[in-house]
Ligand binder design. Sequence first.
Ligand SMILES: Cc1ncc(COP(=O)(O)O)c(C=O)c1O
Length: 416
Amino acid sequence: MTTSAYTLPERGLPPDEVLRRVREVRAKDPAFERGQMTAYSMMGSHDLQSVLEDAYGIYFFQNALIRRFLPGMRQMEEQLRAITTDLLSGGKPGVRVNFTSGGSESLFCGFHAAREWAREQYPHITQPEVVAPYSAHATITKACHYLGLKLTRVPVGKDYRADVGAMAAAIGPNTIALAGSAPSWPYGKIDPISEIAALGQRRNLWVHVDACVGGYIAPFVARLGYPLRAWDFSVPGVKSISADLHKYAYAPKPASTIAYASEELLEYHNVPASDWPSATYLTEGMIGSRPAGAIAASWAAFHYLGEDGFLDYAKRTMETKERLVQGLERLGMKPWDTELCVLLFETAELPAEAVVGALTDAGWPCMGTQRPPLVQLIVDPLVENVVDEYLADLERILQQLRSGKSFKKGDLGYAD
Ligand SMILES: Cc1ncc(COP(=O)(O)O)c(C=O)c1O
């Protein structure tokens, strides 16, 4: 007897039929690999995509849990660490990097290390607290929840960046850590990391920089000459940085990194477990079994693109963003002055939810910021191919909305 509406087929299907069905279902979903500007689908151009697919496939079934079983994979991971160290260290020696499954795991690990560090620094604190700007990613709320840390979010300044004075005022006797973003997801601004880190140094607090979005694009945008605030380990007092490979290192998911300012700080990341019958269990991050394919594909992205490829991608991303900004202004929208690849715009007299709903219906699924209401576009090198099409569709949508044609309200958020 079956209890669910959908059940395991009684007999297995032929491979062609299985794949036909997968493709049929896939056709219902947007072709993100075409270039879409949607959150969480950042990708490089089609030639890179196909190299990464093949690289992932070579290690498709391999588990990177026990590295000594896969010396080749281990070598690739070491090389990934070295490249990431160069990109995030800002010239500071001693930086250490671990590979994780995404921004959420990187942040979890960073705050876990902060908590373990604080247990040594402040053994009397039994209810540790973290102070972060309102704009810090929701994942920090999750990480703090899992780790038993109390998170205090502090209003941002008029410029929508962390208000460091307000953060200082929020520090209490149980505060162990501060956080800032490079850039923040809801506002697309790099927080004043130097000031946050200086505050952290004065008060002996752990400082984490969430560079999940910016970590792998900011170094190249800076080299192109765009003025950016300092955010990496060149800033004294920064103890950990999260940076996602599956965002602007164009790798397939799940791939991210958590970096620590020194070997000594990395020790707080590790949880060697030996209180069981088998030998000591020590993993790279919070998860156990993990896909070697993601490591191979991340390695392939760095080596296919090289430094000149990353610079070219950064240039094309920034130029495409500028084209979009000009197009949006022409259509009466109000783009914000954001940094790097996050583009946000106010929808003038129209509700942002209506614009998001109509764009999503027209094949441009998107989200936005709720406070204040903004539509969010995430620009990557693929987007240059679809800017004109996007702006033409948006123009039509705006005309329809302005002429009073009703549209269903879109969802700015994540809950569904
Ligand atoms: C700044 C920031 N931090 C953390 C995350 C969480 O990353 P993930 O979805 O890879 O877990 C995101 C996702 O967009 C982000 O923008």
